[in-house]
Ligand binder design. Structure first.
Ligand code: FRU
Length: 489
């Protein structure tokens, strides 16, 4: 354990950089028993600056080991977001001793070109490692040049077995472009998607393209994740998704409505891990737990920003409608210390829950609520002795889930922070809230991940009180449980 990690808002079981600025997760790849996590990193300040790739590894996505910075800016520019693969068959020829290398493909952002008003300052670069990502060598020149479009970035590369090719999804201003390669070095454009679909309130960034089996069937659909900034449903940055098909060249969909991966304010630029063995088969996701609206102003000093919990994305078809659900990965169960099953079966008004000596600020909670017939609003409120509180709830009248952080604590760093984040949700008779709290964040997984809301907050002192509420009539509660979670640092 690290003495710095006792700072007031330091997450205890989420990934944070030891110090300084972090944004997007990058280059996630599983290789020889290790989950690699790289990330947009500026080691000289706690605000955004010339980008590097920070690096950490884990055997379970929960306990992380910090490693030295993997990629530094060079003459071609800053190292923006991108992905990493294991080139098992050594298609690139960059391997050693008959072994394939790890290959990172990222965006070079040339600040000089950008300052001079040129429009080709973002290109795609490549680096490779023959020692499990411990040291990297850059390929001498960009592998994908810029055709003259300012926003041309965030390559997500993966091996697509069905087409025996490397496929790259690239964010290009207001659409996604697809490129194919057999050697990771020569890329050919094969298609475009998006000008007529989805949300367009901001620039498109950080795409991901992958197949997922619809839960409980043998049918596979393709998912396209697209982060957008600004223009998210809660203001600022957010991640939308499309469910459709990929023919080896381009993505298409009949989807016309906007769909959002997370309905809170603080989950951005996330993508899934490459290299997950078929025997595992999960789509494992992590996002940046902040929002460009205020990320550089939040009240932490030594470091800024955390990642979300690792999540398993699941594709569900519910009443003919596709939902990309997010569930906390099962590895998180190893964090559970003492388990307390709460003695509560019915609430009306505000009912204090006896949490005994469990510290709410580092906990996991589970509650099943049963809707009554009275147009009720029910949920969970966490509060402290200063009267600061955060509320998560469901409004039966409006068919709406929400997190209310209008009185959650310090918010004077930004006019946009105090808000209620709402989303339409048609609940069945029972509704499950599965909640993770870690010092300065709350992640609410609803009905096994059919909806998720992620928000950060900064109370003056710890929340130590848990209340359940039911505004009209009483609400039945079952399976109420709370766990103290351990620190991983
Ligand atoms: C998304 C993003 C990416 C870019 C990176 C720069 O948050 O803007 O598009 O590559 O951050 O740090």
């Amino acid at each position: 354990s690290n003495s710095y990690y006792s700072e007031q808002y330091r997450p205890q079981y989420h990934f944070t950089p030891d110090s300084m600025w972090m944004n997007d997760p990058n280059g996630m790849v599983f290789h020889e028993g290790e989950y690699h996590l790289f990330y947009q990193y500026y080691p000289d300040s706690n605000i955004w600056g010339p980008m590097h790739w920070g690096h950490a590894v884990s055997e379970d996505m929960v306990n992380w080991e910090h490693l030295p910075i993997a990629l530094y800016p060079d003459d071609n520019g800053y190292i923006f977001s991108g992905s990493a693969v294991v080139d098992k068959k050594n298609t690139s020829g960059l391997g050693q001793d008959g072994k394939g290398p790890m290959v990172a493909i990222f965006t070079y952002h040339d600040p000089v070109g950008a300052a001079n008003g040129e429009n080709d300052y973002q290109t795609q670069g490549l680096a490779f490692s023959n020692n499990n990502g411990r040291t990297w060598e850059k390929y001498p020149e960009p592998v994908l040049k810029n055709p003259g479009i300012a926003d041309f970035r965030d390559p997500k590369v993966s091996w697509v077995e069905e087409f025996s090719k490397w496929i790259m999804a690239l964010a290009v201003q207001d659409h996604i472009e697809f490129y194919a390669s057999t050697d990771l070095i020569n890329w050919e454009k094969t298609g475009e998607f998006g000008q007529e679909k989805g949300a367009h309130g901001g620039v498109w960034e950080c795409p991901d393209l992958f197949p997922v089996k619809i839960e409980g069937t043998n049918e596979t659909k393709w998912v396209l994740l697209v982060s957008i900034n600004p223009g998210g449903p809660q203001g600022g940055s957010a991640t939308q998704y499309f469910i459709g098909d990929f023919d080896g060249k381009t993505f298409s969909t009949t989807q016309n409505e906007e769909k959002w991966l997370d309905h809170g304010s603080d989950n951005y630029a996330g993508v899934i891990w490459n290299g997950i063995p078929q025997s595992d088969g999960r789509c494992l996701f992590i996002g940046w737990m902040s929002n460009w609206l205020y990320a550089q102003k939040v009240p932490t000093q030594r470091w800024r920003s955390a990642m979300t919990l690792p999540r398993q994305l699941k594709l569900r078809k519910i009443n003919g409608n596709y939902i990309l659900a997010s569930a906390p990965v099962k590895e998180l169960e190893t964090l559970r210390l003492k388990n307390r099953v709460l003695l509560v079966s019915e609430v009306s008004g505000y009912t204090l829950i006896p949490t005994a000596n469990i510290s709410v600020m580092q906990s996991e909670m589970l509650f099943n609520f049963k809707q009554n017939k009275e147009g009720n609003e029910f949920g969970i409120q966490l509060s402290n002795k200063n009267g600061e509180k955060i509320k998560i709830g469901y409004s039966q009248n409006n068919s709406e889930l929400y997190i209310d952080r209008t009185e959650a604590g310090t918010a004077n760093f930004s006019d946009e922070f105090e808000a209620v984040h709402r989303t339409k949700y048609i609940a069945k008779q029972n509704l499950q809230f599965h909640v993770f709290i870690d010092k300065a964040s709350i992640e609410v997984f609803v009905d096994n991940g059919n909806a998720v809301l992620t928000d950060i907050f900064f109370p003056g002192v710890s929340y130590n009180k848990v209340e359940l509420f039911s505004t009209k009539g009483s609400t039945k509660v079952t399976n109420a449980a709370i766990w103290q979670l351990s620190s991983v640092w």
